[in-house]
Design a protein around this ligand. Structure first.
Ligand code: ADP
Ligand code: MG
Length: 701
């Protein structure tokens, strides 16, 4: 057999062949020997000692025992069939149980033969049992390396059928590691290795599969996770450079008439320190002669609009137009009204362009835009249509970025000879680690301070048993002149049931708060648009004290007098949705409240969500918990996930490593922007290989 190299396809390995290699590709994406080495164990088992049944203690997380399975039978029950077997270690017995795959396991279970079993002991009615233990013939066990830590690999049923369950993989990987690991070159620069105190690459790849101690396993894992994150950051930072420094940007050098007049005469409040800092960050970008690509994150109410407006005025002062894009017509309309109100009589022309602006109005707007007579054009994605032609587009502000992809941004760039500066604003805070990866090619600014005078919203969790008390509280609030939102969940799959809940809830609220003293408005998805508007209006004008609704109010209403948000079946909402809903109150001067209603029977995740909401109003903190609970993919949404494809690192677990990786990648690139120096040869090569394997690294952002 020829020499085995990292790039050798697994098919050519001794004992693999086409069938197994097909299974490796389709099940785990493993094509080459290097892929195989990078299939890291997800845990290690200490197999250095054997236990006796009589010695099992409750602190044992797993035990290994030697004995015989004396009998096994399938037991059919209400919830399907189980397999129950008796294991005898010569002194005493315990029960083994399988809740899945009973028939298959029964056929394959070695009864009356010496076996080694391994699993987590559970105490039930005073007796130990083990569910889903690993069972291995003693004869097989002895052919494996005996002591130390045993790596456990994720595998699948199909691979198992080809003999590549965890132990089969272990053997294969161990052989490959022995062949190729010693010859592997170091990829990370000296300085990085030193600063992070990392073990060498060859060492790590060998030891990660065969560690002598838990500490050795940990060091090896850390090194490999860091390497992956470091390569990712290098890719993102290089990409960022191509879309900023390598793209000439228009220069906004002047702070002129429009900016100054607005700032000194129209601005009705002092900017917060955070707003001032962010404006400084933006202004320094605009003056470099490069293209700005900046992400502005700020919680609901943190004052992003005025930052966008001031930036647009800078564009005007330098002879350029600005576009502001929102994800929905309602939001675009609100931006238009908000901007016009703030600008008042100033000589700045703001227009609206959405899908529903038609006919003569549309024609005029398009003509004036092209002639350069419109300063700020607000709209939806209608703005990126080819018929929309600017005279001199210098800035594009994109509100709620998660609905706009990189391709759509690129269409904006094409609307001007020189790419316009881009300011992306999001109201759903993104965990820092995600911001550094999914938006790794953007510079980030954060508005982490709310305008003064807002009282933090008080949030409490109440179970259905406390409903009478909650209603009394609502009555008191109404007596003080406040208004109340009452929100019900609406999930597509159970829409009919949810609708019934909503209507039942509405009826019971009306019984408790009857007319004519009280008015209860209702809004839900099955109503005609004009009825919705009418009901919404009653609430907005203060004629109705309570608005019962499904999540429709998430986007679009602003009623500062509403100070109580009651969320029914709150356990069914996700964290970011709960946070968004809560953001509907707390907009006026009075103390606001959020009441999370749920049943008393909650799962762990639901409990954690509600606890988090009660503990903090900080959107960034909430986003971090959300990511821990759901994983980065779901936090970003499926639509345009933007979560990098990672093999060994994990954005939640490896947060601190990621931060160091970004910092060190930045500093390496400062010294050697193209990684052209000879000492970076191996790094450059590793980067190319990684890019081929993780094709989404350059497409994200
Ligand atoms: P968001 O970041 O959610 O888009 P907005 O820009 O809509 O927030 O601002 C929310 C409210 O706070 C608006 O009514 C705005 O006028 C007000 N606001 C913004 N900045 C300040 C400030 N520095 N001081 C006082 N009020 C402010
Ligand atoms: Mg906003």
């Amino acid at each position: 057999m020829a020499e085995v190299l990292p790039s050798t396809p697994v098919e050519f390995l001794k004992g693999v062949g086409p069938k197994r290699s097909d299974a490796l590709v389709s099940e785990l994406g493993i094509r080459t020997c290097m892929d195989l080495l990078l299939h890291l164990p997800f845990r290690y088992e200490d197999r250095s000692q054997f236990h006796r049944i009589a010695d099992i203690q409750s602190e044992h997380t797993a035990v290994q025992m030697l004995g015989v399975i004396t009998q096994a039978k399938e037991v059919r029950g209400a919830r399907g069939s189980r397999l129950i077997a008796v294991f005898d270690d010569g002194e005493s017995t315990l029960e083994l149980q399988w809740f899945r795959g009973a028939q298959w396991i029964l056929r394959n279970l070695p009864v009356q033969k010496e076996v080694v079993i391994y699993g987590k002991p559970n105490l039930y009615k005073g007796k130990w049992n083990i569910a889903h233990p690993e069972v291995e013939l003693l004869a097989h066990y002895e052919t494996r390396k005996g002591d130390g830590l045993h790596p456990v690999y994720s595998s699948t049923e199909k691979l198992g059928r080809h003999g590549l369950h965890s132990q089969g993989l272990a053997k294969l990987i161990r052989n490959v590691a022995a062949e190729i690991a010693p010859a592997l070159t170091e990829t990370l620069p000296e300085r990085v290795l030193r600063e992070m105190k990392l073990v060498g690459r060859a060492d790590a790849l060998r030891k990660v599969h065969q560690p002598a101690t838990p500490a050795e396993a940990e060091q090896a894992q850390t090194r490999l996770r860091f390497e992956e994150l470091f390569l990712l950051q290098l890719t993102l930072l290089q990409h960022k450079k191509t879309v900023t420094q390598d793209l000439p940007g228009v220069r906004f050098e002047e702070v002129g008439e429009a900016f100054n007049a607005f700032y000194h005469e129209r601005l009705p409040f002092e900017l917060t320190d955070a707003q001032k800092r962010v404006l400084r960050e933006i202004r320094s970008d605009l003056n470099t002669g490069w293209h700005m690509n900046r992400l502005l994150q700020g919680d609901v109410g943190s004052g992003k609009t005025v930052v966008a407006l001031l930036t647009a005025l800078l564009a005007k002062d330098n002879g350029y137009q600005a576009a502001i894009m929102a994800p929905t017509e309602i939001l675009a309309q609100q931006h238009l009204e908000g901007l016009r109100e703030m600008l008042g009589p100033m000589d700045v022309r703001v227009e609206l362009l959405t899908g529903s602006v038609k006919g003569a109005t549309r024609k005029t707007i398009l003509e004036d835009l092209k002639a350069g007579d419109i300063d700020i054009l607000v709209g939806t994605h209608a703005l990126i249509e080819p018929t929309v032609v600017f005279d001199r587009l210098g800035l594009a502000v994109i509100d709620e970025q998660h609905r706009f992809g990189v391709a759509q941004r690129a269409k904006l760039w094409k609307k001007a000879k020189v790419a316009p500066h881009i300011l992306v604003m999001t109201a759903t805070p993104i965990p820092r680690t995600l911001a550094m990866t999914a938006y790794g090619d953007l510079d980030a600014s954060i508005l982490d301070e709310l305008p003064p005078g807002r009282k933090p919203i008080q949030t409490v969790h109440r179970t259905d048993a406390a409903r009478l008390g909650v209603f009394q509280f609502l009555e008191d609030q109404i007596a003080e002149g406040r208004q109340i939102y009452l929100v019900y969940p609406l999930i597509e799959e159970s829409a009919t049931l949810d609708h019934k809940d909503l209507m039942d809830g509405y009826e019971s609220i009306v019984r408790r708060f009857p007319p004519p003293q009280y008015q209860v408005a209702i809004v839900h998805g099955r109503m005609k648009p004009e009825d919705k508007t009418w009901e919404m209006d009653r609430f907005a004008k203060g004629q109705a004290q309570i608005l019962v609704a499904t999540t429709v109010i998430e986007v679009g209403v602003n009623v500062p007098n509403a100070s109580v948000m009651v969320i029914e079946s709150a356990e069914r909402f996700g964290l970011s949705q709960l946070h968004q809903l809560r953001g509907r109150v707390g907009r006026g001067a009075s103390q606001s409240y959020c009441i999370l209603m749920s049943s008393s029977d909650l799962g762990n995740d639901a409990r954690r969500r509600l606890e988090t909401m009660c503990r903090t109003n900080d959107g960034f903190e909430i986003a971090e918990v959300d990511m821990e609970l759901r994983g980065p993919g779901d936090v970003m949404g499926t639509q345009q996930s933007g979560v990098p494809d990672l093999k060994v690192a994990d954005l939640v677990r490896d947060r601190p490593l990621l931060t160091s990786a970004r910092y060190l990648a930045q500093s390496v690139l400062e010294d050697d922007p193209d990684l052209g120096r000879p000492e970076h040869d191996a790094l450059r090569e590793a980067l190319e290989t990684a890019l081929k394997a993780r094709s989404n690294w350059v497409r994200i952002s």
